[in-house]
Design a protein around this ligand. Structure first.
Ligand SMILES: Nc1ncnc2c1ncn2[C@@H]1O[C@H](COP(=O)(O)OP(=O)(O)OP(=O)(O)O)[C@@H](O)[C@H]1O
Length: 699
């Protein structure tokens, strides 16, 4: 038996634990279990060596290990709580309230035993399996339980102790907690930090709560993650909570919604007096909305597929996460400041995002429908885009800029300035009520206001588009316009599935993880008369901590406790006031544009690899410009190539990495979208804040 065990553990790996167990509940024969730091091997013990069958579970696929327990159904401790409309209740006092709706699951899903004398372990794993009739892989739930035999451990307490030892060691390995001690009896399993989970019941097709209950909560139970789940009851609720609550009560905040609630969360935190420490609070995201770009970017970086099982893959990442810095971008619009984590778009991309709101019940497919309509009724926008490029700017060869001149990196900052103007203006962003659909921010700083989509009346191009493209009962019907051929080409790449979801054929190849772009650590800001010059470097002046791109954050070392400190506004040394000219060393491009997009995550949707070489914390804004002069056909092809990210090679696309930019639309029509939120077209400027936020991700 011992020799079999050695064979199982392939000898080269150090054996952490070995033991003999029954496979529960069959109790058919004994199994030998061998645990190494990376794998669990198990095989039946038989006198006949020809029946030797070894099975392996990778530790990296395991989310948790429990002791077998007696019981019926599982009632989840975290449970979910609805919001409250009670007028006197503040958002944060809701957290103390006791109106929980218990979530109950059938016991057999989690291997509850009927005999209290049964001792053993149950392992929850999510290994990759190949999909049927496809070369693609997806994670599948695997639950396996082992019972400690009553011989030689006859005493119940000893069997219980053995099961507990296996559970503890398995969970320590599963959580990738470093243990220097070779003696496993010194290994200590610390309880997991508590998560505040915010669920938007109206996001996307309105299924966020069902997704949470059926797909997310069970895995949180398996991984022993404590949480409190709150169903938001109004727009702005998340931002109110994050502004008010004592953050030290929580390990992190998790959003089950689309990008809109993540935007609210980040901007809520940035309105706190102690924003500079509070923004260290890890943010997790699980896809529950129609636009789940950050989830896509995190899954892509972790090498997980962006397929129909994205909730499962995202929950798996949440359970196995490390805390990773994420770039934010400070966006200044007249009289307001916004903190953005995703993108600023203007032109066709913004129009598609905003105008496709009415198809939100189609989930992400709304963007495909919106794209077809907007290409049919193509508009151009006049304006100016100015930017501070990372590399030497060569308009002839924009996508191939090589010489890196500037790079600012992740920082934690504490400005010496006592002015609070930035945060004061930010606080105006989300005090007012917010519409769930067709929402926009008005530029007069009065907060959120309802915005009617510019449909038929007074917008003839939209009417033509609507006539050319009809959507009835989940089917696309093409009109007779001059673009019919192009549209047929695009629609040939669309499949309409039973649940009326449209998916583009051109799927992103997301099997391989994004690799870090290998940029060096040096910082050499260009001479900029507005960067507050002097002899101090940018890092010295703003107390930046330069970390390498692959460095993880040790949460223990950072504080996000809600102490009121005298933090100043977020410094923006690269920006001049919006009503002054941009610095002389900026590049200015003027003309008619089809689109301008500033993106800082890889994805803007599961089939939109907008910035293929972006990284969560690469310290760059990836600017993409398409000027007028592109045919509709070429634009169609361009949109189709977004799935693979090959649009960056198009001769029509100018790609440039920048640290800051200013956008000055000359026309008042159209839309500006910041992280999926609409703003009226007016001048804005933005600067990267490298690695300012923290996300739960896997590199
Ligand atoms: N209970 C609620 N009722 C109405 N609106 C809410 C509620 N909770 C949150 N919201 C608002 O709904 C907005 C949209 O949600 P989110 O973007 O997360 O999902 P989404 O489905 O991707 O949205 P959209 O399709 O509108 O972009 C959020 O920005 C938030 O302000």
């Amino acid at each position: 038996m011992t020799s079999l065990a050695s064979k199982m553990a392939t000898i080269s790996e150090e054996v952490v634990l070995e033991g003999e167990f029954f496979l529960y509940p069959k109790k058919k024969g004994l199994y030998k279990l061998t645990l190494t730091r990376h794998r669990l091997f198990f095989s039946p013990i038989s006198n006949n060596s020809t029946t030797y069958e070894e099975q392996i579970i990778q530790i990296s696929d395991i989310v948790g290990c429990h002791c077998l327990e007696k019981g019926g159904n599982v009632i989840l401790a975290g449970a979910a709580m609805t919001g409250s409309n009670e007028p006197n209740k503040t958002s944060s006092s809701l957290l103390e309230a006791d109106n929980y709706e218990p979530l109950e699951f059938p016991g057999q899903n989690f291997f509850k035993v009927s005999d209290p004398a049964t001792c053993g372990i149950v392992i929850y794993a999510y290994p990759f399996k190949r999909k049927r009739f496809s070369s693609k892989r997806t994670r599948c739930r695997q639950v396996i339980a082992f019972e400690v035999p009553s011989s030689p451990l006859e005493v119940f307490e000893e069997r219980k102790k053995e099961a507990l030892k296996w559970k503890t060691v398995m969970n320590i390995l599963t959580r990738d907690i470093s243990n220097s001690s070779v003696d496993i009896s010194n290994w200590v399993l610390q309880p997991r930090g508590k998560l505040l989970i915010l669920i938007n019941p109206h996001s996307g097709p309105g299924k966020a709560y069902v997704i949470f209950k059926n797909e997310i909560a069970p895995m949180l139970f398996e991984a022993d993650i404590p949480y409190k789940a709150i169903i938001t009851d109004h727009a702005g609720h998340a931002s109110e909570l994050l502004k008010e609550i004592n953050l030290s009560d929580w390990y992190g905040v998790v959003i089950v919604s689309g990008d809109g609630l993540i935007f609210e969360t980040i901007n809520g935190i940035m309105q706190r007096d102690d924003w500079a420490s509070s923004i260290n609070m890890p943010i997790g995201c699980l896809p529950g909305g129609s636009g789940n770009a950050l989830c896509c970017a995190i899954n892509y970086a972790a090498g997980q597929p962006l397929d129909s099982s994205m909730v499962l893959h995202s929950t798996f990442i949440l359970v196995k996460h490390k805390v990773i810095p994420m770039d934010l971008v400070i966006v200044q619009i007249p009289d307001n400041t916004i903190f953005s984590f995703l993108s600023v778009t203007w032109g066709i991309m913004a129009d598609i995002d905003y105008e496709s709101e009415k198809y939100r019940n189609l989930g992400e497919a709304r963007f495909t429908i919106g794209a077809i309509k907007r290409i049919l009724s193509l508009r151009t926008y006049r304006g100016r885009i100015s930017f501070l490029p990372v590399a030497e700017y060569n308009p002839q060869d924009l996508s191939n800029s090589k010489k890196v001149l500037t790079k600012i990196r992740r920082f934690s900052l504490r400005s010496r300035s006592s002015s609070k103007s930035t945060n004061d203006s930010a606080s105006r962003t989300s005090n007012s009520p917010r519409m769930l659909t067709k929402r926009c921010y008005s530029m007069d700083n009065s907060g959120y206001s309802e915005h009617q989509l510019r449909m038929a009346e007074g917008d003839t191009t939209q009417v033509q588009a609507d006539e050319a493209l009809n959507i009835h009962n989940g089917k696309l019907e093409l009109g007779q316009g001059e673009e019919q051929e192009s549209m047929q080409k695009l629609c040939a790449g669309l499949t309409v599935t039973e649940n009326k979801q449209f998916t583009a054929c051109a799927e992103a190849n997301v099997e391989g993880a994004a690799t870090a772009n290998g940029l060096e650590n040096s910082i050499e800001l260009p001479h900029n008369k507005y960067n507050h010059g002097g002899d101090e470097t940018y890092e010295e002046q703003y107390k930046m901590t330069i970390l390498s791109e692959t460095q993880e954050v040790n949460v223990e070392e950072e504080t996000y406790h809600g102490k009121k400190s005298d933090f100043g506004p977020v410094p923006t040394p690269l920006l001049t006031p919006l009503d002054k000219e941009v610095p002389e060393n900026w590049v200015k491009v003027e003309g008619e544009f089809i689109l301008v997009a500033a993106v800082y995550q890889t994805h803007l949707g599961s089939d939109m690899l907008a910035a293929p070489d972006a990284h969560l914390n690469d310290g760059h804004i990836h600017l993409m410009i398409v000027r007028e002069g592109i045919s509709r056909n070429a634009l169609l092809n361009l949109f189709l190539s977004f799935g693979q990210g090959s649009h960056v090679h198009s001769p029509y696309v100018e790609s440039v990495k920048v640290l800051a930019f200013r956008l000055e639309p000359e026309t008042s029509n159209g839309n500006i979208m910041i992280d999926g939120e609409r703003f009226d077209p007016s001048p804005l400027q933005a600067q990267i804040l490298p690695g300012l936020a923290r996300v739960m991700a896997i590199k």
